[in-house]
Design a protein around this ligand. Structure first.
Ligand code: C2E
Ligand code: MG
Ligand code: MG
Ligand code: MG
Length: 262
């Protein structure tokens, strides 16, 4: 970042930094060469058994065409600042898909950076107007930890986005603080329970108690509950008993390019 720094070969930070510099170049090249793509995973309304919306999940192709998953490049893009370009790219792609597929609803993951990016709201308004979209067709997900790291700006952005008519979900709920104090401050419509508490539901009594308690609390607060990592019919049975509203996972469908899902 506009400085130079002398490292010894044994410096433990050196490899990490090399790695980050290489990845920064890789991400820049991928952006330039259009090697990002969105996959979509349906989210099922358990009351009807039909998909209610889809989550957009970002992938990057390496030079050989291999798929790179977001956990590998998003944390780096957040450190290098490239995440801002990525967030805007994802938003514009999703809006294009919505504009050309009138029946669809899509959820977009937002980074921590988006919470403090003053241009994101403006861009969102502009794109919704440009394509005359019904705003309810677009929803956003932020993880609990992102919301809490920038609580004031996250709350403000969430309120503005909701005023436009889009929905907001708190992602990976339970993996961080799972605190009622935050839940009552954050204006979320949906709670997505972290997959770690879902995948063992049939065998783990305590997870069942946790998921049931969160679901009852969310319903009491007028929010919907979505479960991720639903990998089997047994998990689905438990979720239906508990009264969870929506489910997403490999049991229904893996994330895939739009044309495959159609
Ligand atoms: P997330 O938003 O919690 O997304 C759910 C992750 O669980 C996805 O991983 C999805 O592919 C995976 N998944 C879905 N169903 C199952 C299942 O049944 N079993 C298992 N084991 N996994 C399942 P993915 O696509 O690798 O994304 C990882 C994370 O990267 C996401 O977590 C999200 O936080 C972030 N991310 C993805 N796309 C974007 C994006 O466009 N922008 C930003 N800022 N972050 C993104
Ligand atoms: Mg998500
Ligand atoms: Mg999640
Ligand atoms: Mg996650």
């Amino acid at each position: 970042r506009g400085r130079w720094h002398l490292f010894s070969p044994l410096d433990p930070g050196r490899e990490q930094l090399n790695d980050r510099i290489l990845w920064k170049e890789e991400i820049a090249e991928a952006l330039h060469q259009d090697r990002f793509e969105l996959h979509f995973q349906p989210i099922i309304d358990l009351a009807t058994g039909a998909p209610c919306h889809m989550e957009a999940l970002l992938r990057m192709r390496d030079r050989e065409g291999g798929m790179v998953f977001p956990d590998r490049f998003i944390p780096i893009a957040e450190k290098t600042g490239q995440i801002q370009i990525i967030d805007h790219w994802v938003l514009s792609q999703v809006i294009e898909v919505l504009a050309s597929h009138p029946g669809l609803r899509i959820a977009v993951n937002l980074s921590g950076n988006a919470m403090v990016d003053p241009t994101i709201l403006r861009e969102l308004k502009r794109l919704i107007q440009l394509h005359s979209l019904t705003p309810e067709r677009l929803s956003f997900e932020i993880t609990e930890s992102v919301a809490i790291d920038s609580l004031t700006s996250a709350t403000r952005l969430m309120k503005s986005i909701q005023e436009l008519g889009c929905r907001f979900a708190l992602d990976d709920f339970g993996s961080g603080y799972a605190s009622y104090a935050y839940l009552r401050q954050l204006p979320v419509d949906d709670i997505k329970i972290d997959g770690a508490f879902i995948r063992d539901l049939p065998n783990n009594q305590e997870d069942r108690i946790f998921v049931k308690a969160i679901t009852d609390m969310a319903h009491g607060m007028g929010k919907r509950v979505i479960a991720e990592f639903v990998e089997s019919a047994e998990i689905l049975d438990v979720l239906e008993d508990i009264g969870v509203d929506c489910a997403q996972g490999y049991f229904f469908a893996r994330p895939a390019p739009l044309q495959d899902l159609e």
